[in-house]
Design a protein around this ligand. Sequence first.
Ligand SMILES: [Zn+2]
Length: 386
Amino acid sequence: MPDATATAKQLLARLVAFDTVSAKSNIALIGFVEDYLAGHGIEAQRVPTADGEKASLFASIGPTDSPGLALSGHTDVVPVTGQSWDSDPFTLTERDGRLYGRGSCDMKGYLACALAMVPEFKRRRLKLPIHLAFSYDEEVGCTGVRPMIAELGKRLPLPRLVFVGEPTEMGVVDAHKGPVRWRVELTGRAAHSSMPHLGVNAIAYAGRLIGELLRMEEELKAGDQDARFDPPFTSLQVTQIEGGTASNVVPVPCWFGWEIRGLPGFDPMLLDRRLKAYALAHCLPEMRRVAPEATITIAATNQVPAYAADLPSGIVPLTLTLAGQNKTNAVSYCTEAGLFQDGGAPAIVCGPGNIAQAHTANEFLSVAELEKCLVFLGRLADWAAA
Ligand SMILES: [Zn+2]
């Protein structure tokens, strides 16, 4: 499909030129996509944030009386701060069969392919509609897609299947872990560090909680194993810590962050409950004997569900056929697939580009990957028209 390739490259150049780093608005890009679709007679619907600074976009091609196939991707990209690029990250640059630019691989390349195929989708007599579902704020915890998913089956049609085009080199990913992050805040009581019995040392109690987390980590390592993942168990890490105010003061504030990457089927709230119970039994009573105002709060700050493909939907064999693959993979990074599934739409992960190029300086998508994706989408359209 040489024409589709040229169109996809042009569209990718336009998409890359919008600086849609997650911290910024994606509205200019959304407006461009709306105009493009309108040029093909397709009306799209925005799901905007309350302040209108960002929006997801949902559009449908084909019949309106049957559940369709959604092509899903995020419009935001990670920052280029501190990275040294050989060309302007927001100007798509082709060198040696590679298309360099921020987001070319993760994942504006997939969006460009989906948009380039729109005229082709329109030409087919689709029996199942093909939907486009473009989100924002994926790179900051898959938060932007959630309001759009909440509208599926209401203002927006609930897709029968969702194809999440994160970079897999068009391999078929049918499972990933689910990251959950917590913030723990402790408040003690200040005292001169020469008189520690008059104070409550928040850092010391944080240490106890971290000790309990390290015991949990060891148990998880010895617990359920799934050899498809590396590492093959639910992993746990303390990721950040900060506390104290001066070198001679019993510290009042301390906070730390911890996360897990749970295997599909793992209930992260087990750990949440266990740490809270530990704090109640082994920290707070002692702290409050000295300082009734002492507190410990343990709050989950972000949770992306782990994902394992829905087998009854048939999405795995279908995607293997469309992608010309004979085996599936499990990955450690997370996507919006689990959220779509929790919203009632079985999902799979399959898209152009290599995850190793995502988020790096000189991020690129090879033209060969772009072409493979266009072939995949052509077969998808054949299937939707059959
Ligand atoms: Zn991505």
